[in-house]
Structures are given as structure tokens and as C-alpha cells.
Ligand binder design. Structure first.
Ligand code: FDA
Length: 325
């Protein structure tokens, strides 16, 4: 558990993460951007698609599954939304034709949600159809609680017609148990079959709608995993929490063919490697692109000792080959 000081630092970092002015200042600064990029490279494969694809190839050769994301969210103009969708199209073609991944991840606000939910839906459908041609799944990430209903509405609308769509759900939100029950009902009627990725939740949320990091949250996470496993839903247990991983292993869930463990690139590679060596299904979530600011702030906030690491990476650039999978 984090100390009080670490909790305060995490809250501050999550606030900084949401500050668009700081983000654009950093992105436009010829001094700050490259400096912070050095720290970001511990969590992001690089700025270019080729960086993501090359890392995917390396990790798949070692026996991991991967998810790939062109990183970004809250795109503000229609042109940028179309451009983001085009990048995903090329990613699907390149990754799909060289069998480099089975999953493409995205934030709906990257392709239009913040501008026009219908645009996000239409763009998602184009990506899903293209992905299907390569046997790929599109996994939708979950964003702040202000967007949860919109994201779930788009998911439900799409998954009725396309089976290659998954959704991420956040255990920390109070509403998630109802969302899961509803999705399970649709699964049982054969209307949905997509994968559910269960995470704790990265965003700072009001206390009346979410619970913060605690034993209570860990118990809730486990009970949601249990509900999904018992319903036979394909599930990605997306956490770096060793106690949770040990518990799901102990319960035998990891032996099930429809259960996998997924972790973010650069975080607890030792733990994931052990699981892979024990022949469990393991997946690494890889990101690339220039929009890493929010993502990296969250990674630092989740584990404040990473701040020390980031400072040293800025001075002595990260050697990513030292992230040993
Ligand atoms: P928790 O934060 O309680 O950490 C447990 C332990 O894990 C820590 O004590 C530490 O040992 C280790 N750890 C965790 N984070 C670390 C870090 N950054 N560096 C080093 N060690 C760390 N969130 C969201 O809101 N929407 C989404 O769509 C997604 N998508 C997503 C996909 C995948 C594949 C993963 C693994 C995670 C996400 N997340 C997410 C992020 C998720 O909500 C959560 O914020 C992080 O996974 C951290 O939470 P943990 O479950 O690891 O537990």
C-alpha cells in the first residue's frame, strides 16, 4: 500500500495528467519534449509505428501475446480524428499481414468521441471490419467516468453485429458490477462474445462513484473476475498486482483457455515472464506515438517510486533492452 505522501503525489500527478495546457506546452517545447521522452521510453515503445511493430515481433518471438495501441485520446478536430483512424487502418494492415498481434487497442476519444459520438462509432466500425479481415480483435479502452455510458453504448451497438470487439471495464467504479451483469446476460443470449479486459481503473474519480486503491478494491476486483470466469466470458486479467495474480492462479482460473493475464509494457516484466514460463497465457500491452503524456503520468502516479526512475532516465537515457522480458 502507498504511504500518505505517495498517495498525495499520485493525486497531484493524475491532476497534471489531465491538464491540456501543460500537455501542449510540453509537446511544443523543443527542450522539455525530448527530455521527458527519455523517461517515457520505459513505458512507450517509441514515437513511430515501426517501434511498436518491432517490439511486438521481439516479444511474440519470446512467446507473449501482444496488444498494440497508437496512443492518444481526446482528439479535438475532425481532421485529427480521421488521421488517427487512418493510422489505425495502416497499423491493422501491417500488423495483421505479418501476424504481429491479435489485438489492437484504442481509446474511442482518440477517434472522435469527444467531438461527436456518432463519428467515433462510424470510425470504430470501419476499423472493426478491417480488423476482421486479418482475424484481429479491437479492444476498446475505458476512459473517465464522464464517458463510461457513451463508451458502453457504442460498444453494445457495435458488438451485436461484430464479434471481434472487446471492452475494458474498471473495477473501481461502483457501476461496474451492473455493467458486467448486463454484458453477461447478452453473452448468455449469444448476442455478445467479445473479450472483457478487467482493470482497476487509472483515473482519479469522485469518491461517491468509485473506490480508491485498497483491500476493498482488491476484493472487488477478485469477485468481478470470479463472476466473469464462472459465466464463461473470455477475460483478460489486466493487473500488475502480484497478490491478485497469485490468487487467480491458486483458484485455477489461469488454467482456463479463455483466461489470460495482460500487463502494460515496462511494468513488472519479471512477474509476467514467470507466468509465461509456467505456460500461462500472457499478453503485453504496447503503445507507440507522440501522445504519451497522459499515459506516462498515469504510470508514474500508480507507483510513485517510478518518479525517481524517470528522473534518472532523463539524465541517463533508458536502455529498453534492460527491460528484460
Ligand atoms: P495497483 O495500482 O494497485 O498496483 C499493484 C502493484 O502493481 C503495485 O504495488 C506495484 O507493485 C505494481 N504496479 C502497478 N502499477 C505500476 C507501475 N506503473 N509501475 C510499477 N509497478 C506498478 N485503466 C483505465 O482506466 N482504462 C483502461 O482502458 C486501461 N487499460 C489497461 C490495460 C492493461 C493491459 C493494463 C494492465 C492496465 C490498464 N489500465 C487501464 C490501467 C489500470 O486501470 C491500472 O491503473 C494499472 O493497471 C495499475 O493498477 P494495478 O492493477 O496494477 O494495481
Amino acid at each position: 500500500m502507498l504511504s500518505n505522501e505517495e498517495i498525495q503525489a499520485a493525486i497531484a500527478l493524475k491532476k497534471i495528467a489531465r491538464d491540456e495546457r501543460i500537455k501542449s506546452y510540453i509537446q511544443q517545447s523543443p527542450d522539455l519534449y525530448p527530455l521527458l521522452l527519455r523517461a517515457a521510453k520505459r513505458f512507450v515503445t517509441g514515437e513511430k509505428r515501426q517501434d511498436g511493430l518491432a517490439k511486438a515481433k521481439q516479444l511474440m518471438a519470446k512467446g507473449y501475446l501482444v496488444s498494440l495501441e497508437h496512443i492518444g485520446e481526446n482528439t479535438r478536430s475532425r481532421e485529427d480524428c480521421l488521421r488517427a483512424k487512418e493510422e489505425f487502418m495502416v497499423l491493422i494492415k501491417e500488423a495483421g499481414s505479418s501476424l504481429l498481434t491479435s489485438t489492437i487497442s484504442l481509446d474511442l476519444s482518440h477517434i472522435g468521441l469527444s467531438l461527436d459520438p456518432e463519428l467515433a462509432y462510424q470510425q470504430l466500425i470501419q476499423l472493426v471490419i478491417e480488423a476482421k479481415a486479418y482475424n484481429l480483435t479491437i479492444m476498446i479502452s475505458m476512459e473517465e467516468s464522464t464517458k463510461t455510458s457513451q463508451i458502453l453504448d457504442i460498444y453494445k451497438r457495435s458488438v451485436e453485429h461484430h464479434s471481434n470487439i472487446g471492452i475494458t471495464l474498471q473495477a473501481h467504479l461502483n457501476r461496474t458490477i451492473q455493467d458486467i451483469n448486463e454484458i453477461i446476460q447478452h453473452h448468455q443470449k449469444g448476442r455478445y462474445s467479445g473479450k472483457i479486459r478487467l482493470v482497476k481503473g487509472a483515473y482519479q474519480e469522485p469518491t461517491d462513484i468509485a473506490i480508491s486503491r485498497s483491500e476493498k478494491l482488491n476484493e472487488k476486483y477478485l469477485s468481478l473476475v470470479e463472476r466473469l470466469v464462472e459465466a464463461g466470458c473470455s477475460i483478460s486479467i489486466a493487473t500488475h498486482d502480484e497478490a491478485i495474480i497469485q490468487e487467480v492462479k491458486h483458484r485455477g482460473y489461469l488454467n482456463l483457455e479463455y483466461v489470460e493475464v495482460e500487463m502494460l509494457y515496462g511494468i513488472r516484466p519479471d512477474l509476467l515472464r514467470d507466468l509465461k514460463d509456467q505456460q500461462y497465457k500472457t499478453r503485453i500491452y504496447l503503445t507507440y506515438g507522440r501522445e504519451w503524456y497522459l499515459y506516462v503520468c498515469h504510470r508514474l502516479a500508480e507507483y510513485p517510486p517510478n518518479i525517481y526512475q524517470a528522473i534518472s532516465d532523463m539524465v541517463i537515457p533508458t536502455r529498453t533492452d534492460q527491460i528484460y522480458y
